[in-house]
Each structure stands twice: as C-alpha cells, then as structure tokens.
Design a protein around this ligand. Structure first.
Ligand code: SF4
Ligand code: SF4
Length: 347
C-alpha cells in the first residue's frame, strides 16, 4: 500500500513556536523542559533572539507561540515580547505566577494576542503539589483575573492525568468563575520530568476519554482538547526553536530531533533537514477516516507515535482507532534512558 501523505505542503513556516528559556521560578514534577531556576549560559541571549525575530519576520512568519520554561522568568522577556508583538500575532504559555497587575498593564500596552495559563487542578493543594510551590495556584488564578479584567484574551490549560481526572469538571467550572471562555485539556507527553513519574500519574486511553466525555460545558465555554480526531497530525505546519537555538520542529519533539542550530545556520537550512521534510510530508502507515475529514492530516501526533513505537510513521496510540491495544500507562523502556534513542535507531 502506498504511504498516506498530507496533501498540504508549506514552502516555509507561517507559524513558529519558541521555548524562550528553560528556566522557571517553579519546579513542577511534570515539567517537560526539566526546568531549573538558573539560566544555562548556552541559552540564546537577547540579541540572538532579536536577530532570530528579524529572520523569521523576513520569512513571512505571522504567528509566534512563546513558551518555556517560564518566559516571564527571564528579565529580558517583556522587551522581547514587545518587539515580537509588533510583527507577529503572539501567544504566550505561562504558569501565571509572575503576572502582576503591572505586568498585565504592560501586556495590554504591548498588544499580546493570547495568554494561556496552566492550572493543573481546581484544587490549590493539588496544583501546588505539582508545582512544588505553595501559593502558585492562588497566584495563577489572580493572574487570570487581572488578564481577563484587562480584556486580554486568556485561556486555561491543564494536562490530564491521574491526579486531576476525577475533577476535570471542577477545572472547567473554575475557568468559568475566572471569566475564561476557552479551557484546554491536553494529553500528557512522556517528556522531561513527567516521564519519570509516568507510571504514577498516567491514565489508560479509556480513562482519559471517560474524563473528557463526562464534561458538561457551560454556555459560551469552548473546550480545546488534544485527542484525535480533534487534534490531528500538525507536523506539516509546525516549526519550533528551543532556548538554545536548536530547531526542533515542535516543542513535543524536543527530546527526539535536532535539525540544526540557528546560531550557526539559517532557519531555512534546518527546515530543509531530511527528517524535518519527512515529518512535514505527513507520511504515515495508517490512518482513519476522521483524520482527513477533521484536519486534512493523517495519523495523529508524531511525538507520541514515535515515543510508543520508535517509528515516525507509526500510528498514534492516543488515537482510539489506531491504539491497537497499547497501554498508555506503560512507557517503553528506552524512553527512560538519559538520551532516548529507540531500539535500532540509526541516530
Ligand atoms: S511552571 Fe512550566 S516551565 Fe515551570 S517548572 Fe512548571 S512545567 Fe516547567
Ligand atoms: S509532534 Fe504532535 S503536537 Fe507536535 S506538531 Fe507534530 S502532531 Fe502536532
């Protein structure tokens, strides 16, 4: 059978995601970036990030998604954001704890597009135990209030796991109380510190769907969720650069790929990397009808397909149609190695 391919093909990126820093004021048990408070000297400095903004503006990028680490933890972040928001639609993912009223006023002035705040549970004690920081829930909720009051588009995000699945409705209700109109429920990824706690916190696919299916959305509330077919294979349209300048295609591929460093080569040289081209082509072994009808892409997320099967064109086990009995509560052994490399990988 001929491989299934995505009919879309971008000649250059329109949307780009950057991990501005791998530092953070919190120390979450589940941090995908394995953040620590101190900046590693190899992180891109302000000038290097500035030059990169010029380069991608020239390329025609229109949408910049900024995450970390915690972007607001780097003292040079607001000037960077101001410069970025002049040229791109900007979206920031943050733990919210560093967003004061003054910072909110500055964000309004800058004209930021969307702010996404991570809230791991409606219950402060559960959220704070995840973040390892007492009071982080209260501060995140305060930040959401400031942002909503300022009229900045604000959304909540949570990562579904064993410790918050029972009260997912409480999370939606909290979003409503805070005045937020979009709440995201994201699938967990076996990355960073999260993978070392996977056995303790992960759910089976049925348990994840049961939690999602039980939700009652208040009028006007939009649910954003990352299970197929709502969230298809988006590799064809993604570009990402980490805090050190490595072009990694997507933040969720951060441990598996490196297409080159933008300090040494142009972004478009990394875009041309054979593996990057392969992932953008959307070639997968298997798909189901709802893929193309919902997204025009096939096979679900490449990060989790690779994590569980060690192959880029494998089926995404978070997809009910393509799961084929994979128990999502059990990680393949190779993922827990310090530098994960699947069995038989030529890398
Ligand atoms: S708040 Fe985000 S960046 Fe900071 S440690 Fe937690 S998961 Fe990592
Ligand atoms: S790796 Fe997954 S999340 Fe990232 S762009 Fe590809 S499909 Fe989307």
């Amino acid at each position: 059978m001929a491989p299934i391919q995505n009919p879309f093909a971008l000649q250059k990126p329109l949307k780009l995601s950057i991990c501005y820093t791998e530092t953070c004021n919190l120390f979450c048990q589940h941090c995908y970036a394995d953040c620590s408070p101190e900046k590693a000297s190899a992180e891109l400095n302000s000038e290097e990030w500035g030059r990169f903004l010029d380069e991608i503006a020239e390329l025609g990028v229109v949408y910049l998604y900024i995450e970390g680490g915690e972007p607001f933890h780097r003292p040079d972040f607001l000037p960077f954001l101001a410069s970025a928001s002049n040229r791109f639609f900007t979206e920031i993912r943050t733990n919210g704890t560093l967003i004061t009223r003054d910072v909110t006023a500055r964000l309004k002035e800058i004209g930021v597009g969307i702010v996404l705040v991570d809230i791991l549970s409606p219950h402060a004690e559960v959220h704070d135990s995840f973040t390892g920081t007492q009071g982080s829930h209260a501060r995140a909720c305060e930040a959401v209030t400031y942002l909503v009051e300022a009229g900045i588009e604000t959304q909540l995000l949570t990562i579904l796991n064993r410790r918050n699945a029972d009260d997912l409705q409480g999370y939606i209700d909290l979003a409503q109380r805070l005045g937020v109109k979009t709440a995201g429920v994201l699938r967990p990824y076996p990355l960073g510190r999260f993978k070392y706690r996977w056995n303790e916190v992960s759910l089976s696919l049925d348990e994840m769907h049961a939690a999602l299916d039980s939700l009652r959305l208040p009028a006007g509330m939009k649910l954003m969720q990352s299970w197929h077919p709502n969230d298809g294979n988006s590799c064809w349209q993604m570009a990402a650069v980490n805090a050190f300048g490595d072009s990694i295609g997507c933040a969720y591929l951060r441990e598996y790929v490196n297409y080159g460093n933008i300090k040494n080569v142009s972004f478009m040289e990394t875009w041309d990397h054979p593996l990057y081209r392969e992932l953008r082509s959307g070639q997968v072994k298997e798909t189901c009808p709802s893929c193309s009808s919902s997204q025009g892409s096939h096979g679900g997320c490449r990060s989790t397909a690779y994590a569980f099967h060690g192959a880029w064109d494998a089926p995404d086990p978070f997809d009910r149609t393509l799961n084929h009995g994979v128990d999502l509560r059990v990680l393949p052994e190779w993922l827990l190695q310090p530098r994960p490399k699947p069995p038989g990988s030529p890398r």
